[in-house]
Design a protein around this ligand. Structure first.
Ligand code: GLY
Length: 339
């Protein structure tokens, strides 16, 4: 199993792109390891967890909350976990976010690693070190930035991934293409969802490329002072809609992408909204949503990217090139209200 080490400001993450969860025993000491996973993954892959203390949480974003953190911590105390213990989050973004968060606060911080099992987790959610929980409709409003010690990819988990979850993952892949990689956008235009679902080599290459896009950005700007903000493209409105309308993350990001395209059209003369909509639809993502503009704006105002009366909105100059624009909240309100 090949290891690639990525360095961050004061830590590093070992990446195993072609691994299997069976290799976990070579990375961690199973005696001191506690796996956190969700009920769906556990049910579909029970044998893979044999030999590990495992904490199973209910699946879904609505469980990425303090109550679940308390339950996990109580179980860890029950397992007599100490500062030598190692947490491994095996699951999608909810599991890895919550596992990383618990590991960051338990006994003021213990080591952790991830085995992302969803497409979204593989290309985005497991990478970057931001781990946290939601409070009501406010997504990721509480959290901590700490890089995992390792990320192990086992693509056999994709064999049981429902189609909606593939679609969910493609929203972040399309986002990466829009902000950084025009060639990737062309590939996405040429291919479609079914192609990637059936073609193991193509999906493996696509996952590795997207993980590296995110890793490169995070390596340059771990604490989101500049370039990392680009990754927030389409998440400002997306997050404001996601929990209010109980959307999948990818659906929310997709609507956010269309609106970020509209704002880019108005402010930067961006001309490629139709191409973006076409690719989003090709991968099963929504391009329109009836929503209460005022309510969405009220949640959006609390976005972490807000700076007094302005918000750092990520806009597109062209596909493959994004920029950070500081726009007033009233401008955002006006433009969102107009579409
Ligand atoms: N955990 C996701 C990120 O750091 O962006």
């Amino acid at each position: 199993m090949e290891k690639q080490t990525y360095k961050f400001s004061n830590s590093s993450t070992d990446f195993y792109f072609d691994g299997s969860i069976n290799d976990l025993k070579d990375i961690v000491d199973s005696k001191y390891t506690i796996i956190i996973t969700d009920e769906n993954i556990y049910k579909a892959h029970t044998a893979k967890f044999k030999g590990y203390k495992t904490i199973t949480i209910p699946a879904g974003e609505k469980n990425k909350v303090q109550k679940t953190v308390d339950t996990i911590i109580t179980k860890m105390i029950g397992f007599e976990a100490d500062r030598r213990s190692f947490i491994v989050g095996v699951g999608g973004g909810v599991v890895t976010d919550i596992a990383g968060y618990v590991a960051s606060i338990y006994m003021r911080g213990i080591r952790f690693g991830f085995v992302p099992t969803s497409l979204l987790g593989l290309v985005d959610a497991s990478i970057g070190g931001k781990n946290g929980i939601d409070v009501g409709v406010y997504k990721n409003i509480v959290g901590f930035t700490k890089q995992p010690s390792f990320i192990l990819h086992d693509l056999s988990f994709l064999d049981t991934l429902p189609k909606v979850e593939w679609i969910n993952g493609f929203a972040e892949i399309i986002k990466h293409a829009c902000i950084q990689d025009a060639d990737l956008f062309k590939d996405l235009q040429k291919n479609d969802l079914e192609f990637y679902m059936k073609n193991k080599e193509a999906i493996s290459a696509l996952i590795q490329l997207n993980a590296q896009i995110k890793l490169n950005v995070v390596q340059h700007d771990e604490f989101e002072k500049a370039e990392r903000r680009l990754l927030n493209f389409c998440h400002t409105l997306g997050h404001a809609l996601e929990n209010q309308y109980k959307l999948m993350h990818g659906q929310a990001v997709s609507i956010g992408m269309v609106y970020a395209g509209y704002i880019s059209e108005k402010l930067l003369r961006f001309k490629q909204v139709p191409q973006i909509k076409e690719v989003l639809e090709k991968y099963g993502l929504p391009i329109a949503l009836e929503f209460d503009k005022q309510k969405a704006y009220d949640v959006l105002k609390m976005d972490k990217k807000r700076d007094r009366n302005e918000i750092n909105y990520i806009l597109l100059n062209k596909i493959g090139k994004a920029s950070i624009e500081s726009i007033t909240l009233s401008q955002v309100e006006k433009i969102i209200g107009a579409f």
